[in-house]
Every structure is written in C-alpha cells, then in structure tokens.
Design a protein around this ligand. Structure first.
Ligand SMILES: Cc1cc2nc3c(=O)[nH]c(=O)nc-3n(C[C@H](O)[C@H](O)[C@H](O)COP(=O)(O)OP(=O)(O)OC[C@H]3O[C@@H](n4cnc5c(N)ncnc54)[C@H](O)[C@@H]3O)c2cc1C
Length: 494
C-alpha cells in the first residue's frame, strides 16, 4: 500500500486484527504493523518440538472465541475455521484414579458430583439459562445497560464472590476442586473478591458453547482474520517494531494493540501528564512458564475421563490449588504448581504425526521469572498419570522472561496484559468513560489491556474500532462485518 492509509494498527494479535477487520469493513484502508516475524500475537501455532508436531504457542482453548459476539458476527465457520468440541470440556484429576469433569450438560456434570449434585445444578442452571445475556454483558465495554439485566445481576451477585467462597458451597472434594481449578484461570489468589466470576464465566461457557480447540491450531483463527483484512484491501506487515508514534504514516486513526507501558513509550511526552501518570500505575500480574510436549502416545491419565478432556486442571484438591496460586502471587515458585494442560489430540488428529500427540501446559510463576518449571510440571502430571515421562519424546520450554521477550504485551510474562482484579477489570487501562480513547487525537488502545480484558475474543479490538469510527468519523452504526462495502474515503467529504 503506497499511499497513506486511513488507519494504522500497531500489533496483529486477535484484538489488533479484529480492529483492522472492523475498520476495513467500514471501508477504511488499513495497514497493520507487527513486530514479530509472523502475525497473531497470542494466537499462533508452531512446530516447537519436533517436525510434524504443531503446538499452540499461546492460546489453545477457545470458549471465549466461541462465546464472543465479535466472532459470531464474523462467522468463524464461514471463514473456514473449525472449532472442535472435546466430549469433556475440562477435567480435574484427584487421587486414586478419581476425577471431576465438566461436560456440556449441567445435569450430567452434576450427576457425577454425588451429594453436591443439587448444589451444582442450582448454582449453574440459572446462569446457563441466561448464558447469552451474561456473556454479552461480560464481553462488553462494561459501561452500557446489559441486554439481559436479570442475567447480569445474577452473574454480578455470584461472580463478585471469591473462588474459595464459591467452593465452600460444596461438601465434596470433586466439586470444590472443579471450582478451584477453573477459578485459577484468574491468576489471582483464590480468596480474592471477583475470582469467582472467572470460575462461573468459564463454567457457563463450558455448558453453553463448550471449550473448543481449533482444528490445525489457533493459528487458523489468525490466518483467517489476516485473509479477511487483506480481502478488504488491508495489509499486514510483519517484522516492523513501532517505537514512536511519529514513525507511523499520517493516518486518521491509530489503533494500538499494545500494553499501556508501550503506549507511554510510543507517545513519549505527548500524553497529558495526568493520563500518563495514571497509565504508569497500571499493574501487571504474575507470569507463566509454558512447556510444550511431543508425546509418543496420549497422556496415561489414571482417570479415563481425563483421557476424553480437552483441558485438564492438574494440582490436586482445592487446598493445594489455592496454596500454589497464593505462593505465586506472593512471589514464590510453588514446588507443586497448579498446571493447566490441553490435549488437542482428543479431537484434532492433525497436530502430530499418526499415533503421536502434543500436550500444551503452563503453570503460573512470579513476574519476570526465568525459572524452567518443566520438572515440576512433569512431576505434577506424573502424580495423576503414572508413566507420563516414558511417553515424552521432546519438550519446549518458554519461561516468563522468554514470554515477555517474545511479546512486549506480556509484561513480566503476564499473559493477561494486566492484573484482572475488580479495579482493573472495569478500569483498564485507567478509569475513563471510553477506555479505548486516549487523549491523543485519533489514537486508540485496542489490546486486552482494555475491557473486556484477556482472551481470544476480539472484543477489545472491535469495541475500540467502533469507538474510533464514532468519535473520529461520526459513524454511529456498526459496519456489517462483510466484504464488498464501498470504501469510506470514496464517500467522505473532502
Ligand atoms: C501462554 C498463553 C496461553 C494462553 N491461553 C489462552 C487460551 O487458551 N485461551 C484464550 O482465550 N486466551 C489465552 N491466552 C490469552 C490470549 O492469547 C491473549 O489474551 C490475546 O492474545 C490478547 O490479544 P491482543 O490482540 O490484545 O494481544 P496479543 O495477542 O498479545 O498481540 C499483540 C501483538 O502486538 C505486537 N506488538 C506489540 N507492541 C508492538 C509494537 N510496538 N510494534 C509492533 N508490534 C507490536 C506483539 O508482537 C503481538 O503480536 C493465552 C496467552 C498466553 C501467552
């Protein structure tokens, strides 16, 4: 693209690409600059271990994409991306070959929880009945009247609780472990207010849209978005690190799929001091140590249910999980970390040569840690899958420090690009009525450091692009997310 584009996007993560797609659908010419050699940010797939073994470098499980209004409007299947639902969304192994599992059905899940069955049903059934409205209001700017007020109110009442509080509703080890394992995705101590919201959101997504895995790898989502942007006349340019806003072409809109810290650097002293000061107080959370494994056969879980699960939460009972997460948040490396495992081979045979498998794992570690946690991760898996080490062909380790080096959005290895406590859920990156708009004319933040926060859902990018269209170009109606619209600069008054 030789002439100056209408819009420039810095960063090609799912939010940068979502913003680019919305703007291109509105008829703008768009150029996306990406620092890495390939687009996708946290949504990529590579042969990290051995030839033919395709591993998701970051995101692997996509309940948020499946539930996201952006991806529903974008129509993921129509763009050739297949979301494959494992029969068990997530499982949590316990001693003696037992496990707790969540499937699509609330009643089936409850039926395996013994005396906790009715408590589980009475907790989850009303939420699942309001699933669309709840997901819609959570994956939003969080500043509008919810489409389903009753659902949003119910979710807020329960979700403001801590994971520990929710877990105490149950008598049995299984239900308590399930809630703690899924709540640990919050990357916060499990006794903190609001962590229950993460557990409930991810559980209700398991019961409504599932926890799908992308056929061929998460990269397929990125490739489809890049193709869609390109089809609309846009351009994605890899290997370009933008260091200052002045380096960019003189576009009307600049969308930053970056961290708040990068916004400070990119803008230099152009930001008003009050905004810059508040931005500099933005807080990042713990990091992750990620380990990918090439396996000669599936993980030999003692529990048969774990062998059918897309995701397995490994860490023992609720007390063990809570202890491990608390240690991390206090700056220590747990000897027995809580481990998130995804086994794409349960539904996707394309990830490894015939008969072979990949395993995706990570555990939380203190911010900036350069410690290789693969031994601790392997030993936790071995507790519930004896013989695991015998099926390992190769592994690839990315410490939290490596993760931050690879993607500047993951400061200290924080994959959420900022702590998601109550203050930073609503006030990310700083509290403003329009969180995407910066004080600089035409410059918008569109990364997961804006509402609704982390995950591959594209909503931060979509909402930022809609805000930019409204404020800078007076376009109030969201564009149809479809090709073939007249280019905006053709009909814009001179
Ligand atoms: C290990 C890991 C596991 C995860 N698992 C899941 C999961 O299973 N499911 C899920 O939904 N989410 C998961 N996530 C989170 C998810 O990947 C992120 O929330 C999501 O990718 C955020 O999208 P984004 O577009 O805001 O930012 P990113 O995806 O981080 O993309 C930002 C892009 O901007 C580029 N960039 C930044 N600054 C500049 C600059 N100055 N110049 C040029 N380019 C720049 C970066 O190189 C990067 O490519 C995971 C993340 C990680 C790291």
């Amino acid at each position: 693209m030789s002439s100056v584009p209408d819009a420039v996007v810095v960063g090609s993560g799912p939010n940068g690409l979502a913003a680019a797609f919305v703007l291109a659908s509105a008829g703008l010419s768009v150029t996306v600059y990406e620092a890495a050699p390939t687009p996708g940010g946290g949504c990529r797939t590579e042969e990290l271990t051995l030839p033919g073994f395709r591993h998701d470098v970051c995101s692997a499980v996509h309940p948020l994409a499946a539930g996201s209004g952006f991806f529903q409007r974008y129509d993921v299947p129509a763009h050739g991306v297949r979301l494959l639902k494992p029969p068990v969304a997530f499982a949590h192994p316990l001693g003696g070959g037992r496990s707790a599992v969540v499937t699509g059905s609330v009643e089936e899940t409850a039926g395996r929880l013994g005396s906790d069955a009715s408590t589980y049903t009475s907790l989850m059934r009303p939420l699942v009945d309001h699933a669309d409205g709840i997901v819609d209001s959570v994956l939003s700017t969080m500043r509008a009247v919810p489409s389903d007020v009753a659902g949003a109110a119910l979710f807020a009442r329960l979700g403001l609780q801590s994971v520990s509080h929710l877990a105490r509703r149950f008598q049995g080890v299984e239900a308590r472990a399930l809630v703690s394992g899924v709540g640990a995705h919050s990357i916060r101590p499990l006794d903190r207010a609001g962590t229950g919201g993460v557990a409930l959101l991810l559980s209700l997504l398991a019961h409504s849209v599932g926890w799908p895995i992308v056929e061929g790898g998460s990269q397929a989502i990125t490739d489809s978005l890049v193709a869609a942007v390109t089809q609309l006349g846009g351009e994605v340019v890899p290997d370009v690190t933008v260091r200052r806003l002045e380096e960019l072409p003189d576009a009307r809109l600049v969308m930053l799929d970056t961290s708040p810290s990068s916004l400070l650097t990119l803008a230099g002293d152009r930001l008003p001091s009050g905004y810059a000061r508040r931005l500099s107080r933005y807080r990042y959370g713990p990091g992750v140590c990620k380990v990918d494994w090439a396996l000669s056969e599936p993980v030999p879980w003692s529990s048969a249910e774990c062998r059918r699960a897309g995701t397995v939460h490994v860490g023992g009972d609720s007390y063990e999980v809570a202890r491990a997460e608390s240690e991390v948040c206090h700056g220590r490396h747990p000897a027995q970390p809580f481990v998130l495992c995804t086994q794409p081979g349960v539904v996707d045979a394309t990830r490894a040569p015939s008969g072979r498998h990949t395993l995706w794992t990570y555990c939380h570690v203190p911010s900036g840690s350069d410690r290789d946690m693969s031994a601790q991760i392997a030993s936790q898996i071995e507790r519930f899958a004896p013989g695991f080490s015998d099926v390992v062909l190769a592994k690839s380790v990315e410490t939290a420090a490596d993760c931050a080096d690879r993607n500047p959005n993951y400061v200290g290895g924080d994959i959420a690009c900022g702590v998601q406590d109550l203050r930073q859920t609503f006030g990310r990156p700083v509290w403003r009525w329009d969180p995407y708009r910066t004080p600089l004319r035409g410059v918008y933040l569109c990364s997961s450091a804006t509402p609704p926060g982390p995950g591959v859902h594209g909503r931060c990018g979509e909402l930022a692009a809609l805000s930019a269209l409204r404020h800078e170009l007076g376009i109030r109606r969201p564009p149809e997310l479809a090709p073939g619209m007249r280019r905006l600069h053709e009909r814009r008054p001179a």
